[in-house]
Design a protein around this ligand. Structure first.
Ligand SMILES: Cc1cc2nc3c(=O)[nH]c(=O)nc-3n(C[C@H](O)[C@H](O)[C@H](O)COP(=O)(O)O)c2cc1C
Length: 380
């Protein structure tokens, strides 16, 4: 069991880097159109991209998504990402800490992030399926969750919701009953804010309501449209000769609620709760679109993983380009701050619109498109 988890961590990274596990959705960021201002009256250099998240100030609204740890070979990736988190003032997650909770010798592959970035906002990570008793392992306790937090000096704990991934994993946990109640207990007792985090299948209105009621402090919508954990597990299942599970992963690789939709549904169900928009964000323009839909932070997994597998410099290059794109989008919509960007009109088209209209959110579609029309903000 111990070696199994450790081995899986290295396989996930290798598969993500060597295979195509992307699953673009038809409802996508291209559906979200921002309204251009011919006279922006905002200098590119004066744009303030800082944002408050869970009581901390970040210089950019960016979350380096929970990716890895648990195998000595991936510690370098975590160290490179932590270097960037510290340098740019970003939030950063680590991958599921289950490996180190069962094998303390692996702790260093996670704690290296705190050793590298002494003041970064770090986010611990455990899985909801592991909070309940499974056929092959007992439930993690509140004490285990506290150990995960302490291991990296985390400011918050992400509890990942990955039942699709488990279903496509040969050795996956299949029980789900009781995880909401377990999550509620952790949120009340772990001592740091809890973030509920989907991993590619998205959070819809109903689930956002339930999570808000369970006491989470933020939701990472982890929507469909980016890296598919089902596709990743399907490759592993195939390599083990488990064709049936591999087929599940293939059939469901596009399953889920697309990220832009998940951001809107979550905001409407849990107004005021910070939202992280993760899943297929690939440019600073996508990031601006996510902010206009109501996101607080933008999460990215694969782009950071790919760059960090090369070098710190590669991550810097990726991020600098991304942040310039975000600033340009903010300038062209006349948004000098993240708060202003969140109030800019967004015209939602295509399949994203169709979905949201079918779910009864026509008023919201109209209201997002018409923001500022009746009382136009003065040109800043
Ligand atoms: C190799 C790999 C490993 C991951 N491991 C975890 C994990 O342990 N815990 C977690 O919450 N999410 C995990 N994720 C999901 C990411 O945090 C993120 O939600 C996902 O990659 C979607 O974002 P993207 O489309 O920008 O890649 C992993 C993703 C990848 C690609």
């Amino acid at each position: 069991m111990t070696d199994e988890v450790k081995q899986r961590k290295i396989e996930h990274v290798a598969i993500a880097l060597e295979h195509d596990i992307a699953e673009p959705q038809q409802a996508s960021w291209a559906d979200v159109r921002l309204v251009h201002r011919a006279l922006p009256e905002v200098d590119l250099d004066e744009i303030d991209t800082s944002v408050e998240f869970l009581g901390a100030r970040l210089r950019y609204p960016i979350f380096i998504s929970s990716l890895t740890g648990g195998h000595p070979d991936v510690a370098a990736i975590n160290a490179r990402l932590a270097t960037i988190a510290g340098e740019y003032g970003l939030a950063m997650g680590v991958g599921s800490q289950r490996a180190a909770l069962v094998t303390p010798a692996l702790e260093e592959t996670y704690s290296i992030v705190r050793a590298t970035a002494s003041s970064a906002l770090l986010i611990a990570n455990v899985g909801a399926p592991q909070l309940i008793e499974q056929q092959r392992h007992p439930a993690f306790t509140v004490e285990d969750a506290r150990r995960a937090v302490a291991m990296i000096g985390a400011r918050a704990l992400a509890i990942h919701l990955n039942y699709l991934q488990e279903a496509a994993q040969p050795e996956g946990d299949r029980r789900a009953r009781g995880s909401l109640a377990a999550l509620r207990v952790i949120a009340a007792e772990v001592g740091v804010p809890v973030i509920a985090k989907e991993t590619g299948a998205g959070i819809g209105y109903e689930q956002a309501l339930a999570l808000n009621a369970a006491g989470v402090s933020a939701i990472d919508v982890g929507g469909a449209g980016g890296s598919s954990m089902a596709a990743m597990e399907s490759v592993r299942a195939q390599s083990r000769g488990d064709g049936r599970t591999a087929q599940i992963g293939q059939l469901f690789r596009g399953w889920g609620i697309a990220t832009p939709i998940a951001v809107v549904e979550t905001r409407l169900a849990a107004p005021g709760l910070p939202i992280i928009s993760t899943g297929g964000v690939r440019s600073g323009l996508d990031a601006a679109r996510a902010l206009a839909l109501g996101a607080t932070l933008i999460g990215m997994g694969f782009p950071f993983l790919k760059a960090a597998s090369e070098s710190v410099e590669a991550v810097r290059e990726f991020l600098d380009q991304f942040l310039t794109e975000l600033r340009v989008a903010m300038q062209l919509t006349g948004a000098p701050s993240i708060a202003a960007m969140q109030q800019r009109p967004a015209v939602v088209t295509g399949q994203t619109r169709e979905w949201l209209a079918a779910r009864g959110f026509e008023d919201e579609l109209r209201s997002m498109a018409q923001r500022g029309m009746r009382n136009p903000p003065p040109n800043q």
